[in-house]
Design a protein around this ligand. Structure first.
Ligand code: TRP
Length: 447
């Protein structure tokens, strides 16, 4: 019966469908925009190290918990907590997730709009239309931001209107390998430039003295953001997952892919920052990192313009187009959460839900378009604090309300005897004790 219920809501088409969709959700601006900026402002290599630890030791267990909740219940985050417990307080965890998703999507759309606009910046620059190129590069221009936010939200809404399996799977399958390929090419180019070795050293040689409460807090928030955790996106995606699939393995693949893309983005951006600085773009002042959320939109175009000619234009356009697509497979997962909530709990038809909620969020994006300083605040409250907080609540819920034995029953569909395996036993300890305690400790210490 449960299986039938799941299939009428929509389902992934193929075995790889879920992994692709979840990896598509994970890989996005978080990897290429947020990660390098966080790494650069938190001491490079030390941040990378703590970030990797957070992804695999905190993120991975929480990811399995979210997917298990989603697949067991076949519901949106709010409905899922309702289905697993009669206590009226638990669905509030899902509500918090829906709220965080809405607020994250609102600023994410603005940054995704910048990404998309830079496709045109590269074209104008290559065509010698320098005034136009400069006009686009003004990320403080409210009208410009508004136009591209509207365009980006329109794309997100149109895919969500069509349902989960068609758009998301197809888009991810071809574009992710391409993004990966272009990242590798660019890294090769940057590393060969004289002057890039300083950035490489900062990124790859951790300076342990840089590790402090703020760094750990930032790395933890980044891990949650990048893996799309803590607000129920993977509860929702898990609800469309077949009972035959191996959840621990799928989650491992998603974690690994996402971390790899972030690592590569750092390998590109940190050395490129030093090249850009040498060209007169202010990234550091008196040894302090001063670039803001527009870091990559300064550093990368400088790189593409430096390559120059037709090749530079092709690489630049392709890169920003692919990054826009990666952002789109992420905004899709953010919008799908409130939309699935409206569909399941209020029986709103999918098309109408996508339209109404999408436009509602766009209104917030438009406010942010004219006040870009809000991006940092929204990001701090709803990503850096909101997502880890959701992670604590989800862990505690699975450990002490739903109970790990029930979660194991779910995880063992598709992974025989998981509870007796080393990963399974470790997962139990992490979900019951280590994840909630470590996250809580770090949140408190950062205040
Ligand atoms: N993970 C995406 C990125 O790195 C952003 C994202 C998509 C997200 N869905 C999410 C972040 C859910 C938090 C929660 O760009």
């Amino acid at each position: 019966m449960a299986d039938k219920e799941v299939s009428t809501r929509g389902n992934w088409n193929s075995k790889v469908g879920f992994v692709l969709a979840a990896a598509g959700s994970a890989v996005g601006l978080g990897n290429i925009w947020r990660f390098p900026t966080e790494a650069a402002s938190n001491g490079g290599g030390a941040f990378l190290l703590i970030y990797l630890i957070c992804c695999f030791l905190i993120g991975y267990p929480v990811m399995m918990a979210e997917i298990a909740i989603g697949r067991r219940t076949g519901k949106n985050p709010v409905g899922a907590f309702k289905a697993l417990s009669s206590n009226k307080l638990y669905p509030l965890i899902g509500m918090w997730g829906v709220l965080c998703g809405i607020m994250i999507l609102s600023f994410y759309t603005v940054v995704a709009g910048w990404t998309f606009s830079y496709v045109f910046e590269e074209i104008f620059f290559a065509a010698g239309m320098n005034d136009w190129a400069t006009w686009i590069s003004n990320t403080g221009n409210g009208w410009l931001n508004a136009i591209f936010s509207v365009a980006f939200m329109a794309c997100t809404i149109s895919i969500i209107r069509g349902g989960v399996s068609d758009g998301i799977e197809r888009a991810t399958k071809t574009l992710m390998p391409l993004l990966f390929g272009i990242l590798l090419l660019l890294i090769g180019y940057v590393i060969m430039q004289p002057g890039s070795s300083e950035g490489l050293a900062v990124y790859l040689q951790p300076d342990f003295s840089k590790i402090n409460a703020n760094l750990i807090f930032a790395a933890m928030g980044q891990a949650f953001f990048s893996l799309s955790l803590g607000m129920g996106a993977l509860i929702t995606y898990g609800s469309y997952l077949s009972r035959k699939e191996n959840v621990p393995q799928a989650a491992a693949l998603v974690t690994f892919t996402d971390t790899l893309v972030a690592f590569l983005a750092g390998l590109l951006i940190l050395p490129a920052m030093y090249l850009a600085q040498a060209k007169g773009i202010t990234i550091f002042q008196d040894g302090q990192f001063v670039a803001g959320p527009d870091l990559i939109f300064q550093v990368l175009p400088a790189l593409f313009h430096d390559i120059g000619g037709l090749l530079g234009a092709i690489v630049g356009v392709t890169f920003f187009a692919l990054l826009s697509m990666a952002a789109l497979t992420s905004t899709i997962s953010l919008l799908e959460v409130p939309v699935s909530y409206a569909i399941d709990e209020f029986e709103v038809p999918r098309k109408r839900a996508a339209m109404l909620i999408g436009i509602g969020i766009l209104v917030i994006s438009l406010i942010i378009s004219f006040n870009t300083a809000l991006i940092g605040w929204f990001d701090y409250i709803f990503s850096a604090i909101g997502l880890p907080l959701g992670g604590i609540l989800i862990s505690l819920f699975v450990a002490y309300a739903w109970k790990t034995e029930n979660a194991f029953d779910e995880l063992e569909l598709g992974n025989n005897n998981f509870r007796h395996s080393i990963v399974g036993k470790t997962w139990k300890i992490f979900i019951m004790i280590i994840c909630p305690l470590v996250i809580l400790f770090n949140l408190l210490r950062s205040f």
